[in-house]
Design a protein around this ligand. Structure first.
Ligand SMILES: *Cc1c(COP(=O)(O)O)cnc(C)c1O
Length: 387
């Protein structure tokens, strides 16, 4: 599969990407790139990765047709069920890949940032499995919003460090994780959670997430005898969307839609900037300060989007659409009631866009990546609904 295409030698997708970090991290990133190229060319490594994804994480995830909601909306609605993976989201696909790579590089410790806690939980899980140390940086605000995930990470043996700088959310957790990594380069691998950061992370993370797109492509062929009309995924940094899009990007007739929170629309409201080691779209104020993303889902509270999405947007291969928190809460309840599937608030963004655009999509076949399950969000929604 040609898929999304490899970045240039400097790590650029069109104008976006690169490796804008200080000297020690340039060297660390080069080492990771070399190790990743070597590992990915090694069938033994790939077999091992695939075996863990099946025997441990539960792949392949099913493709579920939503008969009830599809009928109500007047379209054919298919869900790629990443919510059924071990640890409850697509994050495990990437984490197992990076943990295996870190082990191969002789590292003994994993560092991670987390927003809602899903990536932190997945990283703590892999660290337990591979007998590695694990430190997770999490904005203090998020540690309160997602207290249960903090306890989960601790149960798994990780140390969770609340980040007190800036807005005390995901953006600040990334800064803090990078800072910690610089001081522990010898033993530690920074297990980045999305298709962002300095080269090779955006490319490597997408490559580890391609499995979900490949499966979705094959499952659509079996079920539909061809491709869907539209492929939809929510976008924080963009890893679940990149995984899904990779399965359909070679089919020009498939419309690719990334859904952003209206309060964190990095593509819709952003401009190119260099932040967190990459050039990509970020929301900024007039003085060039990066704005805080604001949405009900901590997992989408990132003011930027990865370089490959920036490129897909600029070249019009994919489109990026906003939905409001109110639409998301409605979609969260609608999918629960109509299909018996409680989605993560992040994933509910993708559902919300389909619901809102049902009239335009009438008669079409739409695949939505259900990136995660909603257990972690039930309490928050209960509070919001005041019940
Ligand atoms: C982390 C997360 C996201 C957002 O991250 P991407 O890199 O944009 O995929 C979306 N959905 C769920 C369930 C998540 O845990």
């Amino acid at each position: 599969m040609a898929g999304m295409g490899d970045p240039s030698e400097g790590g650029f997708f069109g104008h976006y990407g690169g490796r804008y970090v200080g000297e020690p991290l340039v060297r660390a990133c080069q080492e990771i790139e070399t190790a990743f190229r070597d590992a990915w060319a090694d069938q033994g490594f790939r077999d091992n990765h695939f075996r863990l994804l099946t025997d441990y994480a539960g792949r392949p995830s099913p493709l579920t047709e939503c008969v009830n909601l599809g009928r109500d909306l007047g379209l054919r609605l298919l869900l790629k069920r990443e919510d059924l993976n071990h640890t409850g989201s697509h994050k495990i696909n990437n984490v197992i890949g990076q943990a295996l790579l870190a082990k191969r590089m002789g590292k003994t410790h994993l560092i991670a940032e987390t927003g809602a806690g899903q990536h932190g939980v997945a990283t703590a899980t892999a660290a337990a499995l591979f007998d590695m140390g694990c430190t997770v940086y999490m904005g203090e605000v998020d540690t309160k919003r997602q207290a249960l995930n903090v306890f989960r990470m601790e149960l798994l043996g990780a140390t969770v460090i609340p980040v007190l700088s800036g807005s005390r959310t995901l953006k600040d957790a990334v800064n803090e994780a990078m800072r910690a990594w610089v001081s522990e380069l010898e033993d530690s691998h920074y297990c980045l959670g999305s298709v962002m950061g300095p080269h090779p992370f955006p490319w490597m993370v997408r490559t580890f997430q391609e499995i979900l797109g490949e499966e979705a492509n094959a499952q659509c062929l079996t079920l539909l005898g061809g491709m869907p009309d539209v492929a939809v995924a929510c976008v924080g940094g963009g890893s679940n969307a990149a995984g899904l899009f990779s399965g359909f990007v070679d089919y020009p007739e498939v419309r690719l839609v990334g859904v952003e929170p209206a309060g964190g629309a990095a593509v819709g409201r952003g401009v190119p900037a260099v932040v967190h080691g990459m050039k990509a779209y970020f929301m900024q104020d007039e003085a060039g300060q990066v704005l805080e993303a604001e949405s009900i889902s901590a997992g989408l509270d990132y003011p930027g989007v990865g370089p490959e999405h920036s490129h897909l947007a600029e070249t019009d291969r994919a489109e990026y659409q906003p939905v409001t928190d109110g639409m998301v809460i409605e979609a969260f309840q609608l999918l629960s009631r109509k299909e018996g599937i409680i989605p993560a608030l992040e994933s509910a963004h993708a559902i919300a866009w389909v619901v809102d655009n049902a009239a335009d999509l009438a008669g079409q076949t739409v695949i939505v990546n259900l990136s995660g399950r909603g257990d972690k969000d039930v309490r928050q929604v209960q509070d919001l609904l005041g019940s």
